[in-house]
Design a protein around this ligand. Structure first.
Ligand SMILES: CC(C)(COP(=O)(O)OP(=O)(O)OC[C@H]1O[C@@H](n2cnc3c(N)ncnc32)[C@H](O)[C@@H]1OP(=O)(O)O)[C@@H](O)C(=O)NCCC(=O)NCCS
Length: 175
């Protein structure tokens, strides 16, 4: 996926909405979104702790962290993985993670624009499917994905692997 590509999408915020690859200077804004309602219980990394992880993610060949912007403001984010497969006759598949829209800008079409971008990217890359998983308690998010044409498919399993070593975190309202 190209770096820092800017794509125009349907804009219902009244601003100049765009979607591009995130850069390290976006981390503070992205972490602020992760601390908002519906995300990680306001538990987020510090910018300092996020930096090395972001740089490691950037080394993956097809794993992109994206931001949606209006003017200079980051109003949404998601991550998109294009995963190679040897099954399915070699067709890749795509996985969306960490979808979040700024809580002051929800229900303006930003999430829809981001998912449309992800679907278009995955289609252009020849993916045979695009998937995501969502906590069963997220009724609003499920209505969102259903409105965009996502269908519930199969059953998702997980096994908890215990608490990871405590990372540096902030309460997301300030560093
Ligand atoms: C879920 C989320 C990404 C949706 O983003 P958004 O920009 O508000 O969504 P959109 O405005 O593009 O909504 C598109 C359509 O989805 C549906 N929709 C969106 N949010 C909804 C909600 N909370 N309840 C019911 N339907 C919803 C509506 O049909 C909406 O169209 P409409 O506003 O014209 O009726 C956003 O609410 C969010 O960041 N939530 C917290 C984090 C989260 O749950 N992320 C998903 C993790 S799996």
């Amino acid at each position: 996926m190209p770096a820092a590509r800017q794509d125009s999408v349907r804009d219902t915020t009244g601003g100049d909405l765009g979607i591009r690859r995130a850069t390290e200077s976006d981390l503070s804004a992205i972490l602020r979104l992760y601390g908002q309602s519906g995300m990680n219980d306001a538990r987020v990394l510090t910018v300092e702790a996020a930096g090395p992880i972001f740089r490691r993610m950037a080394m993956y060949p097809d794993y992109g962290l994206f931001v949606c912007t209006t003017g200079d403001s980051v109003v949404g984010t998601f991550a998109l993985l294009i995963m190679d497969n040897l099954a399915h006759l070699g067709a890749p598949s795509a996985v969306i993670e960490d979808v979040c829209v700024d809580e002051g800008n929800r229900r303006k079409g930003i999430g829809r624009a981001m998912m449309r971008f992800a679907m278009d990217t995955a289609t252009a890359r020849g993916c045979y499917k695009l998937t995501l998983s969502s906590n069963i308690a997220r009724a609003g998010a499920h209505a969102f994905y259903a409105a965009l044409g996502f269908e519930q498919h199969g059953v998702s399993f997980r096994v908890s692997l215990g608490e990871p070593a405590a990372p540096a975190e902030t309460n997301a309202r300030g560093r």
